[in-house]
Write a protein that binds this ligand. Structure first.
Ligand code: MRU
Length: 362
């Protein structure tokens, strides 16, 4: 059941015990429609169809879809070993929805390890296992929000310390705001913090072709928050860097690997190249849940390729010449040497080469 109204909400999801509704972002900015996610299969489908997207939001919706399924009685009557096995199956399945963002895989690993530890406790029952897994999934919501606020503060302070101007102008790509997270956002969280400090002059946001997360979602968030902002096409970034007095570029991440190479929305790589040419600091803002120290470098990251229609069609209307071949990678990898401003996490701002050590044991 969907609950729809004219657009007017910045919550990517609404959760209370036993009920999860996600904002169908395919309908923004025209309409706010919250759709019920009754369990893991619906969670997977919403993620795959990009009704909900953004690395942290994908993981939270995945895990909460499992929490809802468990609350609504999935596996009732099973013993704790069978219940644990079906929890592990669900987590493995959720990871397959989208491959590049590491957050769901990391959350599955963490929740899976927790479930198996719980199941091994002598006094645990199927019911106590169910309850503790639900609680653990619920805790992710609060943590993401907290982490984003820290990212916002660290990023804003660092940027202001290093920028020559009193009020800064920044450029961002894709959507990294409340809609992509549990709230506040990562790169957009830094922008929110700058605005709250009264130190933000202006934001340029890219359209973010082919899926238009910038034009549809970031622009929507910026207007909603009354943040002074201008939309540009992706092909305008170099000229904007030349003419608009940018203090920094700040983007999010789907996966940051051990050497600091970063997968993010396609187009990020060319932004970083252009920023280097113009001497503009380039920042990546991401929670540690988006970092994957198990991979040595960016070439190890699996890049998701999306259906060709996302490139050839706009709102269901074909704009590309029939018969043309299409390549549609959803992400690209920015090499660490182009991340000149730093990687902003909830623990602070690090140079790419410092990340591995900074996150070790966290
Ligand atoms: O394909 P999407 O819309 O899920 O891609 C989103 C991005 O690339 C974001 O920059 C990234 O997930 C960080 S969101 C805080």
């Amino acid at each position: 059941m969907a609950e729809c109204a004219p657009a007017g909400s910045l919550e990517s999801l609404r959760y209370r015990r036993g009920s999860l509704r996600v904002l169908n972002q395919l309908l923004l900015p025209q309409r706010s429609c919250y759709e019920e996610i009754g369990g893991v299969r619906q969670g997977w489908e919403a993620i795959r169809a990009m009704k909900v997207r953004g690395a942290p939001a994908i993981a939270i919706v995945g895990c909460l879809s499992l929490a809802v399924e468990l609350h609504c009685g999935a596996g009732t009557g099973q013993g704790k070993a069978d219940l644990e096995a079906s929890i592990q199956d669900s987590l493995r399945y959720l990871v397959t929805a989208r491959p590049t963002a590491v957050n769901m895989a990391r959350a599955a690993q963490e929740l899976g390890a927790f479930a198996s530890q719980e199941a091994q406790r002598g006094e645990a029952t199927a019911e106590s296992l169910r309850e503790s897994v639900i609680q653990r999934a619920e805790a992710m919501l609060e943590k993401d929000l907290r982490d984003n606020r820290s990212i916002g503060e660290h990023g804003a302070r660092h940027l202001l310390r290093t920028a020559p101007q009193d009020r800064v102008t920044v450029l961002t790509h894709c959507n990294t705001g409340a809609l992509a997270t549990a709230g506040y956002g990562t790169a957009l969280g830094v922008i929110r913090s700058l605005h709250a400090l009264g130190r933000l002059e202006h934001v340029y946001c890219t359209e973010t072709r082919p899926y238009n997360q910038g034009a549809r979602l970031t622009a929507y968030e910026l207007v909603y928050e009354h943040i002074p902002a201008t939309l540009i096409a992706d092909s305008m970034v170099s000229v904007a860097m030349k003419e608009k007095g940018l203090s920094a570029v700040i983007v999010g991440a789907d996966r940051v690997v051990a050497n600091g190479d970063t997968a993010n929305k396609v187009g990020t790589y060319q932004l970083a190249i252009a920023a280097k040419h113009h001497g503009i600091p380039f920042y990546v803002a991401a929670p540690s849940t988006s970092c994957d120290l198990s991979l040595a470098e960016g070439s190890d990251i699996v890049i998701e390729e999306r259906p060709s229609q996302e490139l050839t069609d706009v709102n269901g209307v074909r704009i590309a010449a029939p018969g043309i071949g299409v390549w549609n990678p959803a992400f690209d990898v920015t090499p660490h040497e182009l991340i000149t401003g730093g990687i902003v996490t909830e623990f602070g701002v690090f140079r790419p080469g410092e990340l591995r050590e900074a996150l070790a044991g966290k």
